[in-house]
Design a protein around this ligand. Structure first.
Ligand SMILES: *Cc1c(COP(=O)(O)O)cnc(C)c1O
Length: 470
């Protein structure tokens, strides 16, 4: 399997070449030269595999430069009952007739990002050990991504994590999740400022190419290809869980921010999984819903991003969206380059009067958005009718999924976090707190390990230099 860039540079890299990287040299994103097609026979033989078996079969199509024995060990070590709460790894439960919830939030940080990030941690360690290299991951987080990365990289040899977060601005639960980690390779830096200050520092450090090279600085953001492909697995897993034959169509409802999760659904569909609709759900930050309804992609300036009660979907632009547009244009890299130039210049591009726009249907996408009020109502309805407490992001997906579903086609709604992470909104909706999973009741009372720094690039660089043990 060879990888290329959505902007057309003919790089022809292998999986492990792009594993540790972010953007490609030409500013594009990595994609395989073609998606492997899964036949009905393949589907039939995969139907009875457990999660590890399925993950191995899918990953090996894309990571064919990792010896199969090694890959199988990495996958087996990742998807354990110990890390994900049960051997099912991603359990599917019934909500009502024809509507199911795919649980993706039983990993260590109670959000779906663990599904891919846990694998990424083991893949990184494998690749770095093999090449005798080190990696210092630098990131900025307002919650989910940072903790997921820390739990994936803790204790891994050759890897350190320097994670910036806005001092005293995350929820107590999220803060405790990150700051209670005592692993010597995890460094929590609480920046006296807001999330954008953290983000700016990461950019400034990454733009200092000499520093970046000298200290082996890398990232784990959502454009990482290995993360996207690891998420393809659970679309297959859920498909097998709700169907009896290998030609029955299903639809998925996906709460969306950076288009990572639903991009994996798009790839599963391109591989031949019988997906009728990919139902994309946004919150009030509806950049993507707007595109799929109107054909206009309009990135929002930072000051127009609303802070909502599904905060992990509060985005100004969707960093993985370029992958879909590449496929939508029939893999026309010149066109993609031109569209993203337009985006940089004018903040928007418009496909409404092009043939591409009518092809969106062929790709199975439909979309919708929801508001804070919708989330409260959906959380109440699901609790009243089914006795289940869902989180706010999952509520966005269920609300839009139920609106856009078709009779006779099973609907699978992706559960992207557990309610315990967002207990304030649950109290607002239901007048009670959500249950905290066993073992985490005491999390907020654990000793915390973090360093407070001013929003100052030099201070952060000094901290990295001081702690990276060269
Ligand atoms: C990150 C996240 C999302 C959005 O996922 P994307 O891959 O960015 O679309 C949705 N819900 C939760 C809980 C998340 O943490």
């Amino acid at each position: 399997m060879r990888y290329l860039s959505t902007r057309g540079n003919n790089v022809s890299a292998k999986f492990t070449d792009i594993l540790l990287g972010g953007l490609m040299d030409d500013g594009g994103l990595a994609l395989p030269e073609s998606y492997p097609v899964v036949s009905r026979d393949n589907l039939a033989s995969w139907r009875h595999l457990d999660y590890r078996g399925l993950a191995f079969e899918i990953m090996r199509l894309y990571a064919d430069d990792i010896p199969e024995g090694d890959l199988r060990k990495i996958v087996d070590r990742t998807y354990t009952a110990c890390a994900f709460g049960s051997d099912d790894i991603a359990p599917v439960r019934r909500l009502q007739d024809g509507v199911h919830i795919l649980g993706l939030s039983s990993g260590p940080t109670l959000a779906f990002k663990d599904m891919a990030m846990q694998l990424l941690g083991n893949l990184f360690e494998y690749a770095l050990t093999k090449s005798r290299r080190q990696l210092n991951i630098l990131g900025a987080t307002s919650g989910d991504t940072g903790s997921s990365a820390e739990y994936a990289m803790r204790g891994k040899s050759g890897i350190r994590v320097f994670m910036l977060s806005p001092h005293r601005k995350m929820s107590p639960f999220q803060t405790a999740q990150m700051f209670s980690l005592q692993d010597p390779n995890i460094f929590n830096i609480a920046v006296r400022g807001v999330f954008d200050d953290c983000q700016d520092i990461v950019k400034a450090v990454s733009n200092d190419l000499a520093f970046k090279a000298r200290f082996h600085i890398g990232t784990v953001n959502s454009i990482n290809w290995a993360r996207v492909v690891a998420q393809v697995v659970y679309y297959f897993k859920a498909y097998f869980a709700v169907t009896k034959s290998d030609d029955q169509p299903v639809s998925f409802a996906v709460p969306t921010g950076n288009f990572g999760n639903i991009c994996a659904g798009h790839i599963a569909r391109c591989m031949g999984l019988p997906i009728k609709h990919l139902i994309l759900a946004t919150n009030e930050n509806d950049v993507l819903d707007e595109f799929f309804r109107t054909g206009v992609y309009r990135a929002r300036p930072a000051d127009q991003v609303r802070q909502t009660s599904s905060p992990s979907m509060d985005i100004s632009k969707a960093s993985n969206f370029e992958r879909f547009v590449y496929d939508l244009t029939g893999r026309d890299a010149a066109r993609v380059r031109q569209l993203w130039q337009q985006l940089d210049r004018n903040g928007a591009f418009d496909l409404s009067r092009t043939a591409y726009f009518s092809r969106i249907e062929d790709f199975g996408f439909v979309s919708g958005s929801s508001t804070h009020q919708d989330r409260l109502e959906t959380i109440r309805r699901v609790y009243r009718d089914h006795g289940q407490i869902i989180d706010t992001h999952t509520a966005d997906g269920i609300k839009v999924g139920l609106e856009r579903r078709e009779q006779g086609v099973p609907l699978i709604c992706l559960e992207t976090a557990l309610a315990a992470k967002f207990s304030d909104v649950i109290v607002e909706a239901l007048g009670r707190k959500p249950d905290v999973p066993p073992g985490l009741e005491n999390l907020e009372h654990q000793p915390q390990r973090f360093t407070v720094l001013d929003p100052d690039v030099i201070a952060v660089k000094d901290f990295i230099e001081h702690n990276c043990g060269r």
